[in-house]
Design a protein around this ligand. Structure first.
Ligand code: F6P
Length: 318
């Protein structure tokens, strides 16, 4: 048997662990594996790497993706998906492992509908915005990056008695903001999934300062808006000039944590197992520490939301 593997969409720490585990596990089962370079674009443009001849020494624990990645607009079009299928078939590939986020998964669903080629999706995005799985690969590392950065900002904010707005990634999802905000003891956490009254929060921030807090940290999910604009509004409301930091890509890079390596390894190998067992279009997930698989279209039908239990507890914790 021969399988293909891609990483697609935004890179996420732990993608390499998934690639290495999938390739090694496939090899151990006598399955050949081709990597396609640069996500779906690499399949369309037929850019391959024979993973049987690739050395993975040191790769498992590195951030980014050794297969490179892309957000491939062309794959939204059927003609390009059919081109990709022709290339896979000409290589003798009988199934594809697609490692990525929601865009990758939607591409995989459409590809399967067009071609019937078995495809096993592995969730990897720092955003943790796929509703069917408790965690995506890369989320834990991004959280550690954010928590470290916020603690550094806190040191200087506390020394100067400053109010700080910190913008974190997540696209339309507030999971990075919520989890990192709780873990770093931020004063206020703003997420796009839940309404908030900015005027009210600004008032509360001033009250906290008057009650003896020397600094204030707002963690703002990028889906809520720009911290630069929020700072201006905060000054209009309170007369206090805050500082703002947009953490940007520092969140997405760096060596994966143990949790993301393990998730990558377990999910990568599981995807190979599923394809070898004759699956259709499936998504691999994790819940309560257990790896599972489910129908891809069904998985995409489950909306993403923030962790409500944590959200409810947050006001009492932060
Ligand atoms: O999906 C991961 C992510 O880092 C989001 O949090 C962010 O909105 C987006 O990618 C940034 O995308 P790009 O790398 O295309 O600028």
């Amino acid at each position: 048997m021969k399988l293909g593997i891609i990483t697609s969409g935004g890179d996420a720490p732990g993608m390499n662990a998934a690639i290495v585990a999938a390739a090694r596990y496939a090899r151990s089962r006598g399955i050949e594996m081709f990597g396609y370079v640069g996500g779906y674009r690499g399949v369309i443009e037929h850019k391959t790497v024979d993973l049987a001849k690739t050395s993975f020494r040191g790769a498992l624990g590195r951030g980014g993706t050794l297969l490179y990645t892309d957000r491939c607009e062309e794959f939204l079009l059927r003609e390009y998906r059919l081109q990709a299928y022709d290339n896979l078939r000409s290589d003798g590939v009988e199934g594809l492992v697609a490692v990525g986020g929601d865009g990758t998964f939607r591409g995989a669903r459409d590809f399967f509908a067009d071609t019937g080629l078995p495809i096993a999706c592995v969730p990897a995005t720092i955003d943790n915005d796929l509703g069917y799985t408790e965690f995506t690969i890369g989320f834990d590392t991004a959280l550690n990056n954010v928590v470290n950065a916020v603690e550094a900002i806190k040191d200087t904010a506390e020394s100067h008695g400053k109010v700080s707005f910190v913008e974190v990634m997540g696209r339309k999802c507030g999971n990075i903001a919520l989890h990192s905000g709780v873990a770093s003891g931020a004063d206020f956490i703003l997420v796009p999934e839940r309404p908030f009254d900015f005027e009210e929060l600004s008032k509360k921030a001033v009250e906290k300062l008057e009650a003896g807090h020397h600094s204030i940290i707002f963690i703002v999910a990028e889906g809520v808006g720009k911290v630069s604009e929020m700072s201006v509004r905060f000054k209009e409301l309170t007369g206090i000039t805050p500082r703002e930091t947009s953490l940007g890509f520092i969140q997405r890079g760096g060596n994966p944590t143990y949790a993301d390596r393990m998730l990558g390894v377990r999910m990568g190998a599981t995807a190979v197992d599923l394809l070898a067992g004759g699956c259709g279009a499936v998504a691999v997930g994790v819940r309560g520490g257990e790896i599972f698989d489910t129908d891809l279209a069904g998985a995409l039908g489950i909306p993403s939301d923030i962790d409500q239990t944590l959200y409810d507890l947050a006001p009492g914790i932060v």
